[in-house]
Write a protein that binds this ligand. Structure first.
Ligand SMILES: O=P(O)(O)OC[C@H]1O[C@H](OP(=O)(O)OP(=O)(O)O)[C@H](O)[C@@H]1O
Ligand SMILES: Nc1ncnc2[nH]cnc12
Length: 181
C-alpha cells in the first residue's frame, strides 16, 4: 500500500453495524473536514484524467457530487448529475438497483449527454457496484460511452469493481478496504 493510500484510509472512519447490522459504513466526513486529504483526492483524480479525451463528468448523488463537481471544475468539463429519484425536473430517464443496505433509483436528464460522448463517472465508493452500473446503463442508453468509473474507495469484498470490469467498465479507486472490518 502506498503512503498516500494509507494516509487517505486513516482519514476515513469505520462505523460498524450502520446503517444496518453487518454493514461497516466507510464515513468520508473526517477526510472532507481536512483540506489536505481532500486536496489529495482531487489532485490525484485531476492528474489521472487531465490528459485524456473525456467529454463529460457524471457525478452520483450525493457523496459523488462532492468529488465530481470539483473535478469537473478542474478539468473544465460539463457536469452530469446522476440524481436520486424525483429530484431532477423532467424529462428524465430512470434506473433502479440494489445497494449494500437497500434499494434505490437514479435518474439523469434526457439530453444531458450526446451520442458518442466519453463520460467519466465519479462516486465516493464502489460497494456492490449497483449504483455505478445503474449510472452506466443510463448514460449508455443515451449513446454515451463510459470512459471509466472512478471512486475514492473500493470495497473489493463486495465484488462491485470486479462486476463492473467483467462487463467492460474500467474501474479506478484511490484506496480499498479489503478483508478489514
Ligand atoms: O456500489 P453500491 O453498492 O451501489 O454502493 C455505493 C453507493 O452507496 C452510497 O450511496 P447512498 O445511496 O448511500 O447515497 P448518499 O451518497 O446520498 O449517501 C455511495 O455514495 C455510493 O453511491
Ligand atoms: N459500506 C459502505 N460505506 C459507505 N458507503 C456505502 N455505500 C454502500 N456501501 C457503503
Amino acid at each position: 500500500m502506498s503512503f498516500d493510500e494509507i494516509y487517505l484510509k486513516a482519514n476515513i472512519r469505520a462505523v460498524h453495524n450502520w446503517p444496518k447490522e453487518g454493514v461497516t459504513f466507510r464515513d468520508i466526513t473526517p477526510l472532507l473536514q481536512q483540506p489536505k486529504p481532500f486536496r489529495m483526492v482531487i489532485d490525484a483524480l485531476t492528474q489521472r484524467y487531465i490528459n485524456h479525451e473525456i467529454d463529460r463528468i457524471a457525478a452520483i448523488d450525493s457523496r459523488g457530487f462532492l468529488i465530481g463537481s470539483v473535478l469537473a471544475y478542474n478539468l473544465n468539463k460539463p457536469l452530469i448529475l446522476v440524481r436520486k429519484k424525483d429530484k431532477l425536473p423532467p424529462p428524465v430517464i430512470s434506473e433502479s438497483y440494489n445497494l449494500e443496505y437497500g434499494a434505490a433509483t437514479v435518474e439523469i436528464q434526457q439530453g444531458s449527454c450526446k451520442e458518442g460522448d466519453k463520460v467519466l463517472i465519479i462516486d465516493d465508493i464502489i460497494a456492490t457496484g449497483g449504483t455505478m452500473m445503474a449510472a452506466s446503463t443510463l448514460l449508455k442508453s443515451q449513446g454515451a460511452e463510459v470512459f471509466e468509473a472512478a471512486a475514492l474507495i473500493d470495497l473489493p469484498d463486495l465484488n462491485g469493481s470486479t462486476l463492473l470490469q467483467n462487463i467492460g467498465i474500467g474501474v479506478y479507486s484511490l484506496c480499498a478496504f479489503e478483508g478489514e472490518s
